[in-house]
Ligand binder design. Structure first.
Ligand SMILES: Cc1cc2nc3c(=O)[nH]c(=O)nc-3n(C[C@H](O)[C@H](O)[C@H](O)COP(=O)(O)OP(=O)(O)OC[C@H]3O[C@@H](n4cnc5c(N)ncnc54)[C@H](O)[C@@H]3O)c2cc1C
Length: 322
């Protein structure tokens, strides 16, 4: 059996989990195994339709009084026990913060290798993996041959697809936890004070870096004229205290996949590009024609962002866009 960890928000499945489930479906088919899902929280049963439509036969809903909120080691314990009980040969998870953390703990508890950022699996005597290293700047081919193969799927690299199957069967699973599994638990969620379209869902992201000199008003005014648009930033802008960390794009920030990414006053460091390589198109605005981002962009405007953005915003206003 191939077991996939699925994250959800009140029963709505996270996109990266559907991508992981799609790759897991291919692995299960190649290995001649069944495909099941494990999900946490009182509303996890609500994902049955969506994961069923993506090929899962069963949702194992973890039902435990201590696990309604996130607890990484306890979640890992539950995944391991469920995997053992169902005779699992592979556990797959989305390469999100939580998916990666849970599978890393599962690997440590089992004494097994965990392979991160996988983009393809060829099932033979071993699992032949293609996976990303160094923020996607290096592609590695490796073999994984463990009693339980643990792998996370690189976000935004696999296209989620449906099979059209009906709902998955719901099965409750109650793990046996040790006190030490609950050393780390979520106790409070602080809502971000960032308003507007979430970066992960935006069709357009307009981002600013050190080249803004801390003035994001032109970026915000421009973004306001575009539908379904979010404002992002480089880490330099976050480090300067100009933007909250929630806005950061990159290796240590958000990974985004908009239709257009408009990077203003951003040099295009590799750690930044890791976060926006899922964008369909990149437009760079930069005064330096030699900036790395100009080489990586689909379109570039070599000019001062403080001149370009107000001019474009004025033009949109004159044309009656709002
Ligand atoms: C472990 C690690 C993790 C990291 N993670 C991230 C990450 O998640 N995200 C991230 O962004 N960075 C990350 N970094 C930092 C990264 O290496 C760069 O330092 C950072 O991205 C630079 O930000 P920047 O492009 O805004 O600034 P700079 O590199 O200083 O570039 C500013 C650019 O603005 C241009 N410019 C200046 N004035 C104007 C103007 N008026 N109009 C138009 N253009 C102008 C300049 O030509 C220049 O290209 C990480 C680094 C490390 C070591």
């Amino acid at each position: 059996m191939v077991l996939t960890l699925v994250e959800h928000d009140s029963g709505a499945v996270d996109d990266n989990s559907l991508e992981a489930l799609t790759l897991a479906r291919e692995v299960a088919a190649d290995a001649g195994e069944a495909l099941e899902v494990i999900a946490f929280g009182p509303e996890a049963g609500g994902i049955a339709d969506e994961v069923g439509a993506h090929g899962a036969e069963v949702v194992n809903v973890v039902d435990h009084v201590d696990l309604d909120d996130y607890a990484p080691e306890a979640y890992a314990r539950a995944v391991i026990q469920c995997a053992k009980e169902t005779g699992t040969e592979a556990v797959m998870a989305p390469g999100t913060d939580r998916g990666s953390e849970i599978l890393a703990h599962a690997g440590a508890k089992l004494g097994e290798t965990m392979a991160a950022e996988v983009t393809a699996v060829d099932v033979g005597d071993t699992y032949e993996l293609t996976r990303q290293r160094w923020g996607g700047t290096l592609i590695e081919h490796s073999d994984l041959d463990a009693d339980t193969n643990l792998l996370t799927v690189a976000p935004n690299e696999v296209s989620a697809s449906e099979t059209g199957d009906g709902p998955a069967a719901v099965s409750e699973f109650t793990p046996e936890l040790e006190d030490s599994d609950l050393r780390v638990q979520l106790t409070e969620v602080e809502e971000s004070d960032v308003e507007g379209v979430p970066l992960a869902e935006a069709r357009v992201v307009v981002s600013g870096g050190r080249g803004t000199d801390g003035d994001f008003s032109e970026i915000e005014a421009f973004a306001d004229y575009l539908p379904n648009t979010a404002v992002g930033s480089s880490r330099a802008a976050v480090n300067e205290g100009w933007r909250p960390h929630d806005d950061q794009i990159g290796q240590t920030g958000n990974k985004i996949a908009p239709e257009i990414y408009i990077a203003c006053g951003i040099s295009g460091a590799v750690q930044h590009m890791v976060g926006c390589k899922g964008a369909e198109n990149i437009l760079a605005v930069n005064t330096d024609p030699e900036a790395a981002i100009i080489q990586k962009a689909d379109w570039a405007v070599t000019a001062d962002l403080h001149e370009v953005l107000p001019a474009v915003t004025d033009e949109l206003e004159n044309r009656g866009h709002s």
